[in-house]
Design a protein around this ligand. Structure first.
Ligand SMILES: [Zn+2]
Length: 477
C-alpha cells in the first residue's frame, strides 16, 4: 500500500486523499472520443491531462488499469456519414484510426490499456437497460427507452444543480416523456441508420426494441463489465459533468444499488483559442494534426502542463513560443550536463542534493492535485543547477551523473517530456563559442553582427536560437 496523493474530487467538492478500493490497484476510466472528425486541441489538453495523472499514479507505484472508450455509435457520426454519403461504421473506423495515430504522436496511446468500442458492448448495454426497466427506473415510449430521472433521488449530486434548472437545458423533446429531463437509454433507429435488436422485459412482458443505444449508457455498460459495479477514478472534460457524467451515475447506481458508482471524479478545464471558445463557426478550430506541423509533440505537452489540469488554458502563439523556449532550455541545459566530461567519483559533489531536492519538490507538486506547473518548475530549476555544476567543475562524476539523469528523466517522463532524447545531442564547441559571442555583441547593441551569427549557426550547425527569460536557448532545427 502506497501513501496516496491528494486530488480534488468533483463529487464531494473538496480535495481528498486518494485511496483506491483495492490497495494499490486503481481502475481509471476516461471518456474517450466520438470518432466523426479529427481530434482538436481541446481533446489534446484533456487526454494529456489524464495521461499525466495515470503516469504519475504509476510512477507512485499504483497498478493502474486505464480505459478510454471509443464512441462509434452516435448521432454526430450518423449525420456526418450521411453528409458524405458514407457508411457510418466506415467513417467511424477511419476517424478512430486517425485519432489513435494522434494519441500515439502525443504520447498518450501507450499508456491506455484498452480502447473499447460501443459496437462491441451492445449485449452489455441491453442487459443494463433491462435491469433499469425491471427496477422501474426506465420506461419505454414506442421503440425508445428513457431513464426516469424523478425516480433517482440523487440525480444532481455531481453537478450541484437544482432539478428545476435542468429543464432549461436543451433536452430532446419527445411526446410521452414523463419529465423534460428524462434522457434516452435506447433510441429507435431511423431508416438506414445502424440498428440492433434487443429484448427487454417491461411490466412482466418481454418486448423487442430495434434501435441503437443512447450515449451515456455506453460508458456504464463498458465500465461495469470491465471494472465491476464500482470503481476508483473517472475523468473527463468539465463540460461533461452535466448531463453525461450525471447520467452515468444515475444509470449505474440505479441499476446496481451500489454507491458511489465511482469514488473520485476529476475534471479537466477548458481550452480556448486566442481568448475565444474554440468552435467550427468561429473558424478557430485547430486539430492536433495541424498543430504538430508547427510544434513538436513535447512542446504541445509542455504547453498543456504549464497549467494545472482543472484550470482553463488559452492557446495562442505567444504561449506556444514560451513553451518551445522552455523545452529548449531544459534540453540544452541537460545536454551540457549529459555531455559533460566524466570525472572520477566526486565525494564532494552537490549532485545528490540537487536530485533529492528535485524529487521532493516534484512529488509534492504532483501529489497536490497534479500540479504540473509547479512540477515543471522543479525540473527546470534542477537542470539549471546540474548544468551550472557541470560547467563550474568542468565535468561530473560518472555515478552522480547516472543517478541525476535517471531522476530527471523519471520526473520529466511523468509529464511526457525528454522522451525524444534530444538532450543527448551536444553542441559543437565552435557553436557554443558563437552563441557566447552573439550574447556579447547584443550586450554592446551590435545587432547586425549578432544576427549574422544567428544565420551562421543555422546554416553551419543546424542550430536555432531564441532569446528567452532564461537567456539564449538553442535547439536543433
Ligand atoms: Zn463518457
Amino acid at each position: 500500500m502506497v501513501e496516496g496523493p491528494r486530488l480534488y474530487n468533483s463529487l464531494t467538492r473538496r480535495e481528498e486523499k486518494f485511496v483506491p478500493a483495492h490497495d494499490d490497484d486503481v481502475r481509471f476510466f476516461v471518456c474517450g472520443q466520438t470518432v466523426y472528425d479529427d481530434a482538436h486541441l481541446g481533446h489534446a489538453k484533456s487526454y494529456v491531462n489524464f495521461d499525466v495523472v495515470v503516469r504519475w499514479l504509476r510512477c507512485r507505484g499504483y497498478k493502474v488499469r486505464y480505459i478510454q472508450n471509443i464512441t462509434d455509435v452516435d448521432d454526430k457520426i450518423i449525420a456526418r456519414a450521411k453528409e458524405r454519403g458514407e457508411e457510418p461504421v466506415a467513417l467511424a473506423r477511419r476517424y478512430e484510426e486517425r485519432f489513435l495515430e494522434d494519441m500515439e504522436r502525443i504520447g498518450v496511446r501507450k499508456n491506455v490499456d484498452m480502447y473499447p468500442r460501443s459496437h462491441d458492448y451492445i449485449k452489455q448495454i441491453a442487459e443494463q437497460i433491462g435491469l433499469l426497466v425491471k427496477k422501474g427506473y426506465a420506461y419505454s415510449i414506442g421503440q425508445d427507452i428513457y431513464f426516469d430521472v424523478a425516480k433517482f433521488k440523487d440525480y444532481t449530486k455531481l453537478s450541484g444543480m437544482k432539478l428545476e434548472e435542468l429543464e432549461k437545458h436543451r433536452i430532446e423533446a419527445k411526446e410521452g416523456k414523463r419529465h423534460a429531463y428524462d434522457f434516452a437509454l435506447w433510441k429507435e433507429a431511423k431508416e438506414e441508420e445502424p440498428s440492433w435488436k434487443i429484448a427487454v422485459e417491461e411490466n412482466g412482458v418481454e418486448k423487442k426494441f430495434v434501435g441503437r443505444p443512447g450515449w451515456h449508457i455506453e460508458d456504464t455498460a463498458m465500465s461495469v463489465s470491465i471494472f465491476g459495479e464500482q470503481y476508483d477514478l473517472h475523468g473527463g472534460a468539465r463540460e461533461l459533468i452535466f448531463p453525461h457524467h450525471t447520467n452515468e451515475i444515475a444509470q449505474a447506481e440505479a441499476a446496481y444499488g451500489k454507491r458511489p458508482f465511482v469514488k473520485y471524479w476529476i475534471h479537466s478545464g477548458i481550452l480556448s483559442v486566442n481568448g475565444e471558445k474554440m468552435s467550427k463557426s468561429l473558424g478557430n478550430f485547430i486539430t492536433i494534426r495541424e498543430i504538430l506541423k508547427d510544434y513538436s509533440s513535447e512542446t504541445l505537452r509542455l504547453f498543456v502542463c504549464s497549467t494545472q489540469y482543472a484550470k482553463d488554458i488559452d492557446y495562442n502563439e505567444r504561449a506556444m513560443s514560451e513553451a518551445k523556449k522552455r523545452l529548449a532550455y531544459i534540453n540544452s541545459s541537460l545536454s551540457i550536463f549529459y555531455n559533460a566530461k566524466e570525472l572520477e567519483e566526486d565525494k564532494e559533489s552537490d549532485i545528490g542534493h540537487i536530485t533529492e531536492g528535485l524529487w521532493k519538490e516534484f512529488r509534492a507538486a504532483m501529489d497536490g492535485d497534479f500540479n504540473t506547473p509547479l512540477a515543471l518548475s522543479s525540473i527546470i530549476r534542477a537542470v539549471e543547477k546540474l548544468r551550472a555544476y557541470a560547467e563550474m567543475k568542468g565535468g561530473v562524476g560518472k555515478l552522480e551523473k547516472e543517478h541525476a539523469l535517471s531522476r530527471v528523466l523519471e520526473c520529466a517522463s511523468v509529464l511526457g517530456l525528454l522522451e525524444d532524447g534530444v538532450y543527448r545531442k551536444s553542441i559543437p564547441k565552435e557553436a557554443s563559442a558563437l552563441i557566447k559571442e552573439r550574447e556579447r555583441l547584443r550586450s554592446v547593441k551590435d545587432f547586425g553582427k549578432a544576427d549574422a551569427i544567428r544565420t551562421e549557426l543555422k546554416a553551419k550547425y543546424n542550430i536555432g536560437i531564441e532569446d528567452s527569460e532564461y537567456g539564449t536557448v538553442w535547439y536543433y532545427v
